[in-house]
Design a protein around this ligand. Structure first.
Ligand code: DC
Length: 223
């Protein structure tokens, strides 16, 4: 099955591109970051100590992450409960990166990501998709944008969800997540050697989609 991997830093527009590209190609879209956010929510709700491996194993065994397609788009399910809005809140954004450094968590999520993509063409976005999850993906894109554009986009995204968060707080959160995501020892964020870099700072969603479709069609001759 055809795999398209989109990696990059937080709030680079990965999900916008991945969702649109999946729709264009009639593939499924999987937001791997949502899965780490859902695990983080579950750990917080159950007061799991992030340094206690026994507790982590115990609660990971009770964590099931799934997606359903609703008219409003993909919804993330945590043990059958729709947590799509909840996992987008700043509280989760502020705690997710440390959880995503835990090797047991990564092992379980990577296994689940491969399972979800088993029987159909997939566009998946995240940090380690082209390097770890799908190292043989037909197309790998590494998205990047200036930090100013990333903060603006994140602020707008939160505003749409009814959350007013100031520029400095978002900037601080992005820097912190970039640092943790890029320096962790287990599958850190990095560009796969065969990934194509797209800087979308000055691209509209339509323009970046057009580039994605062009790349996909040249790699796969499926359109
Ligand atoms: O893409 P996002 O902002 O929703 O991701 C949330 C966090 O999960 C982010 O801090 C990095 C982590 N993540 C990861 O480690 N590996 C992935 N494949 C996707 C996300």
């Amino acid at each position: 099955m055809v795999q398209i991997a989109i990696d990059g830093h937080s709030s680079c527009g990965k999900s916008t591109l991945a969702r649109a590209l999946a729709q264009e190609l009639a593939f499924i879209y999987i937001d791997s970051g949502a899965m780490y956010r859902a695990v983080t929510l579950f750990f917080l709700e159950n007061n799991v100590d992030f340094f206690n491996h026994h507790q982590i194993q115990e609660y990971l065994a009770k964590t099931e992450v799934d997606f359903v397609l609703a008219p409003s788009g993909n919804r993330t399910l945590l043990n059958g409960r729709d947590v799509e809005e909840r996992i987008r809140e700043m509280e989760i954004a502020a705690r997710v990166s440390p959880v995503a450094t835990i090797p047991e968590v990564r092992r379980k999520m990577v296994q689940r990501q491969r399972e979800l993509a088993q029987n159909q063409g997939v566009v998946m976005d995240g940090r380690d998709i082209g390097t770890v999850v799908f190292p043989h993906a037909e197309l790998k894109i590494f998205l990047t944008a200036t930090v100013e554009r990333r903060v603006e986009r994140r602020q707008l995204q939160l505003l749409k969800l009814g959350m007013v968060v100031d520029y400095e707080e978002i900037l601080h959160n992005l820097y912190e997540r970039d640092y943790i995501d890029s320096t962790r020892s287990d599958s850190p964020l990095m560009k796969a050697p065969d990934a194509i870099v797209i800087d979308n700072s000055n691209l509209s969603p339509e323009e970046q989609l057009a580039i994605g479709v062009l790349l996909a069609s040249s790699r796969m001759k499926i359109i």
